[in-house]
Write a new protein. Structure first.
Lengths: 129, 521
């Protein structure tokens, strides 16, 4: 079973993502701040982390870098999710090691398709929608 | 002819010697001017002319006219009684001077008048430049060394000196270039072959003129080629040039100082604009983020509801509830942003009237009563009777009170919430305190929370509801009516948000437009 960690502080967005991934047959865990997200990622070793950039305590960029730096989570797919869609931030996201970058508000179908593609065995990296 | 005429007219009464002496006295009038001209540089033409005129006039009056009188051409009473019968003006004893023979008398008075006028007028007026130079030429004529008229300069020595002179004022490289350029136009291989003839001197002079002015150039070249000494005109011209240059340089200095000041001002203005621009960018970026967040939920749940018709009614209702809640949040946010923008740009509509603060407080408390009851918050309201009416916009003031009260309700203690509203009247101000027993606001956050999109409390763990614009708007509103909004808090012991409003005179006194700085702060 594919495992996803949703790191997002906006309760209603967490609710929608939880429902979507649950429906698609993923095992879902959630964290509403960056520190908790790192903790859960190291414990649960998810296949995918849906990572909001504006996270409290430890922001998304730092979580991303920390995940990449840790051998246990270095191969985890990271899908960045943010309400800030400026190009320089997208570039910064990829620099930090993200595999994909999605701007809010997103299409649920596209997001799920991207999530599936990211964890598919042949998948490489790098796609933004 | 004049002499003969005089001899013919007066001759019978005078000896030839006397006539000679009269003529000699006339000629003697030229003496002061000639001697002065030779030895006195300060003498002027005007002085000499007047001196001569005065001398001749006296001579005419004291010697020539009496001689005519004696010859019978004029009445003899002229000598005995003076002009118009005045004793003092008797021609041969002028001003009562007697005891001299007529020639000596005339010489004495005419020369006295002549010299007095000459010296007096010469001293009274400064000689012109031409006069001065002419005077120098005459007076110092004997001082000039005799050998300077020669136009032949000492060959190579002068070329070297001219080159050195050029180098000093044009810089060594330009001087060398100029000289070799000149040499090649003369068909010579190098500047060393140049001879210091008049053409070269002229060329050097015109080169120098470009750098130091023509008069100075002439002097410099002259000093090298040992030409005639300097003339006064030239010195004056040099001084003129120098004075002008000095004045220009002073003007330039002043202009440059002014420019420097203007530049500094521009730099400051530019920095300020950059800072404002950065703040604007930040604001836009924040607002975009704030708008995208509720929109994300609305879109996600709309799509979920659309794509999953099989949802159970309970879940369906829950998701629809989220959509509605987030839509409301979005609407509120847009309204508040527009509201704040209108207030900040001065375009907000204000319906100012005299209002009863007690009513406003009661209305605000009533509209929150449901939440207060639900969360079992103890709410105390203390508005003394006889609080003076104030001049403000009722709805806006209500907005402020609701904002402060709902903040208090939101942040007060979860288990035993306690909120108090206290109105006081002191001097020409009324003060409203809204107190809660929540976690309080740290000192660092006490100003930050009044900024746009900045929220206090424990945002690190959980972002509180609300747009983060409420306090910013409230501060603008209170500021508009001449009051102040601030917070006092000891972290852990609750917070008290207070505002003051002037009791009277708010209508008369100009309503202070909040400064841009204040808005940013």
């Amino acid at each position: 079973m594919k495992r996803v960690l949703i790191a997002e502080d906006e309760a209603s967005i967490v609710l929608s993502l939880e429902f979507l991934f649950d429906r698609a047959g993923w095992q879902v865990s959630t964290a509403n701040d960056g520190a908790r997200a790192l903790e859960l990622a190291r414990e649960g070793k998810p296949d995918l982390v849906v990572l909001d950039l504006m996270l409290p305590v430890v922001n998304g960029f730092e979580v991303c870098r920390a995940l990449r730096a840790d051998a246990a989570t270095a191969r985890t797919r990271i899908l960045m999710l943010t309400a800030r869609g400026r190009e320089q931030e997208i570039a910064r996201g990829f620099d930090a090691g993200a595999d994909a970058y999605v701007t809010k508000p997103f299409s649920t179908k596209d997001l799920m398709a991207l999530a599936e593609r990211l964890v598919a065995p042949a998948s490489a990296s790098g796609q933004a929608t | 002819v004049l002499g003969y005429l005089y001899f013919y007219l007066a001759g019978e009464a005078y000896a030839l010697v006397s006539i000679g002496l009269i003529s000699f006295t006339a000629v003697a009038q030229f003496a002061p001017a000639i001697i002065g001209g030779l030895y006195w540089k300060g003498a002027t033409r005007l002085g000499a002319t007047w001196g001569l005129c005065a001398g001749f006039a006296v001579w005419l009056y004291t010697l020539l006219l009496p001689s005519f009188a004696k010859s019978g051409w004029l009445p003899i009473t002229f000598i005995a009684e003076g002009l118009f019968g005045t004793d003092l003006l008797r021609p041969q004893s002028l001003f009562g001077l007697t005891g001299l023979d007529e020639i000596t008398h005339c010489v004495f008075w005419s020369l006295t008048a002549n010299i007095a006028c000459y010296v007096g007028i010469s001293l009274a007026r400064k000689p012109g430049a031409t006069e001065h130079s002419q005077a120098s030429l005459f007076v110092d004529a004997l001082k000039q060394p005799s050998g300077t008229g020669s136009r032949f300069w000492r060959g190579s020595a002068s070329v070297r000196e001219l080159a050195a002179l050029l180098a000093r004022f044009l810089g060594p490289e330009r001087a060398r270039d100029a000289l070799s350029g000149y040499a090649s136009t003369r068909g010579l291989a190098s500047a060393d072959q140049l001879t210091a003839d008049a053409a070269l001197v002229h060329h050097v002079e015109s080169l120098l003129a470009g750098a130091i002015g023509s008069a100075s150039a002439r002097v410099m070249v002259a000093s090298v080629v040992e030409e005639e000494p300097l003339k006064l005109d030239e010195v004056l011209e040099i001084i003129n040039e120098a004075t002008q240059a000095l004045a220009y340089s002073r003007q330039l200095e002043q202009k440059s100082r002014e420019l420097e000041g203007a530049t500094n001002e521009l730099r400051r203005a530019n920095l300020r604009l950059q800072e404002l621009d950065r703040l604007k960018d930040e604001f836009i970026s924040t607002i975009t983020h704030e708008l995208r967040t509720p929109l994300t939920s609305i879109r996600a749940f709309s799509e979920i509801l659309n794509d999953n018709p099989d949802l159970d009614p309970q879940q369906r209702a829950r998701f629809l509830g989220v959509v509605i809640k987030e839509s409301e949040r979005l609407t509120r946010l847009i309204n508040q942003v527009l509201d704040l923008a209108r207030i900040e740009s001065g375009n907000a509509e204000w319906h100012t009237s005299e209002i009863d603060l007690r009513e406003v407080v009661e209305d605000a408390v009533t509209s929150l009563s449901q939440v207060v009851k639900d969360r079992q918050i103890e709410l105390a309201v203390d508005v003394p009777l006889g609080v003076p009416r104030i001049v403000a916009d009722r709805d806006r003031l209500q907005q402020v009170l609701l904002n402060l009260l709902s903040n208090a309700v939101k942040f007060c203690d979860r288990q035993s919430g306690c909120v108090a509203v206290v109105v006081q009247h002191a001097g020409n101000m009324v003060r409203v305190d809204v107190h809660d027993n929540g976690p309080g606001v740290s000192r660092a956050e006490q100003e930050v929370i009044f900024e746009k999109f900045r929220q206090g409390g424990d945002t690190l763990k959980h972002r509180p509801d609300g747009s983060g614009l409420g306090l910013a708007i409230s501060r603008q509103i209170i500021g508009h009516f001449g009051g102040r909004l601030w917070v006092e808090s000891t972290p852990g012991a609750g917070a008290t948000f207070s505002f003051t409003l002037p009791v009277r005179g708010a209508r008369e006194s100009p309503i202070p437009r909040p400064e841009l700085q204040a808005r940013i702060a």
